[in-house]
Write a protein that binds this ligand. Structure first.
Ligand SMILES: [Zn+2]
Length: 292
């Protein structure tokens, strides 16, 4: 389509307005970036790095397009449009426009919920709890293993260090999206399995005294090994989802709670200031405290 006659994020199918999920994700990202304090210009530059255009043509994104998007009430369900943006977020975007933005606490809230749900002790696997010591300037927030029997329980992991490690990791991944690709080692192992089973089946067929039941069993085993490789293919769709989340993420100075929550499956925390972060595609990244 050369010119859009309905807002970005929607299309008309059988006389009904429906959401184009790929575009709706961009709309959500635009609101998210804006309420985090990014300028219209920064957001439009970010959008131009993505292989998605406003009207399906070569036209570049500009700050006016972004501004119109942020002001469009259809995204919150006006005129019976399907909702893409929750009204609270739209309201927050409006506050940001008036420089009354309070998103930092909102972002922190999402991030903390993510830590509570996904962080565990690298020693015993128990959940981590948040605690603090000191007050005012000297107030420090820590995470600690909840298992009283565990060595990790006697060590405190400063939240600031955790935040910094996660921030560094997300920024590194954003810079090198290829690193997110699903661990090939496991695919390789699965391939080896298929090769082994194929050889075994060929041997069976060539043996003069093989009974057909044995061959059928081997065929089934081979089919299931091949099926496992197909499952790894599904994983690549998850990898693409992570990449699309991170591709639009500008260099952050604080962890983007929403994106982190979307791409991270679990975080293992070791008291020696060491974390392992597993992404939703299964890939694990190790992070140590960097010496600053
Ligand atoms: Zn523990």
């Amino acid at each position: 389509m050369a010119n859009r006659y309905i807002p970005f994020g929607y299309e008309i199918v059988d006389a009904q307005v429906v959401i184009i999920e790929r575009e709706a994700e961009v709309v959500r990202n635009v609101f998210s970036l804006y309420v985090q304090g990014n300028s219209l210009k920064t957001i439009s530059e970010r959008l131009n790095m993505m292989p998605i255009s406003y009207a399906g043509d070569d036209r570049k994104w500009d700050k006016n397009m972004v501004k119109r998007m942020l002001e469009n009430k259809k995204y919150i369900g006006d005129k019976d449009y399907p909702v893409i943006i929750p009204p609270e977020t739209a309201e927050l975007a409006l506050k940001c426009k008036d420089k009354k933005c309070v998103e930092i606490s909102e972002n922190d809230k999402i991030k903390l919920d993510m830590y509570r749900a996904k962080a565990c002790c690298a020693i015993c696997g128990a959940k981590m709890k948040r605690s603090h010591a000191g007050s005012g300037e000297r107030r420090r927030i820590y995470w600690q293993c909840t298992n009283a029997e565990c060595d990790g329980n006697r060590h405190l992991f400063r939240e600031k260090i955790l935040d910094n490690m996660l921030l560094e990791l997300l920024n590194e991944l954003t810079d090198n999206l290829a690193n997110i690709d699903y661990a090939e080692d496991r695919d390789y192992e699965k391939n080896i399995e298929v090769i082994r089973l194929t050889n075994e089946m060929n041997e069976l067929i060539q043996k003069p005294d093989t009974d057909s039941g044995e061959v059928i069993d081997k065929i089934m085993e081979l089919a299931s090994a091949k099926f496992n490789i197909c499952e790894a293919g599904d994983n690549s769709a998850i990898t693409e989802k992570i990449k699309s989340e991170l591709a639009i993420l500008p260099k952050q100075t604080t962890v983007d709670g929403r994106v982190a929550d979307k791409v991270i499956k679990s975080i293992k925390m070791h008291p020696d200031k060491h974390i392992w972060v597993q992404l939703i595609n299964g890939k694990v990244f190790e992070k140590k405290e960097s010496i600053l």
